[in-house]
Design a protein around this ligand. Structure first.
Ligand SMILES: Cc1ncc(COP(=O)(O)O)c(C=O)c1O
Length: 440
């Protein structure tokens, strides 16, 4: 038995030994088309020459310098590049992953209010069925009951409203606009309940990823949310750890919602998996306020701004730009969704095929008409994921789509540089695997 504490304590996973473009190769030589990049991480595949060279050069020159003593040229260039690609944002903090970035966002928001003369603002509101990370602060704001349950006594107070999940939650009697208004107004009601003077921020994934399966908000939802946040003076914190860095076809997912957040987090695709990386971006005014008061953001980690991670992130952003990959994300995303709809659109157990760009979700149901989910004990999402793996395709299955317990979906998040034949392979292998493992 391995000495490594793997995610499953019951079995050891196969050994991955090599990457080749969008393929991962295991120790038996079996090739898997990586159509989920782990969890939407490997956005350039597993052997991008420019990113590999950038990492190698940086390690040879200077692997790491602690950020309390130094900055680096590569860190400054990455900060400039990120700000340039994120409308409305003025400052960047470079971190090592998604949860770290969310923790930093919560603390930055809190410290801002402390120093801007509203010290009672400390509460955060998020949405049910959201995921913001596994560290205690991020878990406390996240809305996935299954992940929170065991650790509830350790969590700070977090408040939740409905997600914007039209396929599951729009009533038959409601128009799209009425639904959108109903769920957005839940934020206002919650703020009033908690006392607006106590609320610091509203945290939401711009496109919901792991827990609900690429759920895009109803048009106009985020504009309404922005208005409500502005009315009560609270921060809109968008978590783009999974959906950002070009995954939905724009560098920042919020660009397609026509709003500017106060703080936004990124990670996963930021360094494309060549290094662990995360980032927090915010409006300049937040940092200016702190600069003019304490002059110090009271937060930090040993590995933040790590030069090699930063070099990998910069090379990733440069590759996305140089190779015009955002256009490919939009094109291939449409093709994959269309291909899946052709192959599975009438399957009695496929309820919804959704997403934006190369962030695609397929939700499975026991009954298409009533949208009744499968019995959770069947672990339908696992069956599809396992069949796909057997067929040489990696996709990311998850249960609890509806309420943390019921519902099954699979996330497809292939690399941005996927070519036509690889795109066809994703559709063929996924459709075959779903058909094999679904009952009807
Ligand atoms: C939206 C979102 N936020 C935060 C996180 C946490 O990121 P990490 O696992 O890098 O800590 C994730 C991870 O899946 C995520 O999807």
């Amino acid at each position: 038995m391995s000495k490594a504490l793997h995610r499953s304590l019951l079995r050891n996973p196969p050994h991955a030994v090599k990457g080749d473009g969008p393929y991962l190769i295991d120790e038996t030589g079996k090739r898997y088309l990586d159509a989920c990049g782990g969890a939407a991480v490997s956005c350039l595949g597993h052997s991008h020459p420019d990113v590999i060279t950038a990492v190698q050069k940086q390690v040879a020159k200077l692997p790491y310098a602690h950020t309390s003593f130094f900055t680096t040229d590569v860190l400054e260039e990455l900060a400039d590049t990120l700000v340039e690609g994120a409308p409305g944002m003025g400052k960047v903090m470079l971190l090592s992953g998604g949860s770290e970035s969310v923790e930093a966002a919560l603390k930055l928001s809190r410290q801002y209010f402390l120093e801007s003369g509203e010290p009672e603002r400390h509460l955060f509101i998020a949405r049910r069925q959201s995921y913001h990370g596994n560290t205690l602060g991020a878990l406390a704001v996240g809305g996935n009951e299954w992940r929170r349950e065991s650790f509830r006594p350790l969590l700070v107070e977090g408040h939740h409203i409905a997600p914007c999940f039209e396929y599951r939650e729009r009533l038959e009697t409601e128009t799209q606009d009425e639904y959108c208004e109903r769920v957005a107004v839940e934020l206002e009601t919650k703020i009033i309940d908690l006392g607006p003077q106590n609320v610091a921020g509203f945290v939401a994934e711009t496109v919901v990823g792991a827990t609900a399966g690429a759920v895009v908000a109803t048009p106009g939802y985020f504009r309404r949310i922005r208005e409500i946040c502005d009315r009560y003076g609270i921060h809109l914190i968008l978590d783009e750890v999974m959906c950002g860095t070009g995954r939905t076809g724009s560098m920042m997912a919020y660009q397609q919602e026509h709003i500017i957040p106060d703080i936004v987090t990124m990670a996963k695709g930021l360094a494309a998996g060549y290094q662990p990386a995360g980032a927090l971006l915010c409006r300049s005014e937040i940092v200016d306020t702190i600069r003019n008061n304490s002059g110090f953001f009271q937060h930090g980690h040993t590995f933040m701004g790590h030069a090699t991670a930063v070099a990998a992130s910069l090379a990733t952003l440069q590759a996305i730009k140089k190779e015009k990959l955002l256009e490919n994300v939009v094109k291939r995303g449409k093709q994959i969704r269309a291909g899946l709809r052709d192959a599975l659109g009438n399957h009695p157990n496929v309820g919804d095929i959704r997403g934006r760009g190369l962030f695609i979700g397929v939700e499975f149901v026991a009954d298409r008409e009533t949208k009744k989910p499968f019995d959770p004990a069947l672990k339908t999402h696992n069956k599809v994921q396992q069949a796909a793996m057997d067929n040489g395709l990696l996709c990311y299955g998850m249960g609890g789509t509806i309420d943390g317990r019921r519902g099954d979906h699979v996330l497809i998040a292939p690399p941005y540089n996927l070519n036509e034949s690889q795109q066809e392979e994703v559709v063929e292998k996924f459709s075959a695997s779903a058909t094999q493992s679904l009952p009807a």
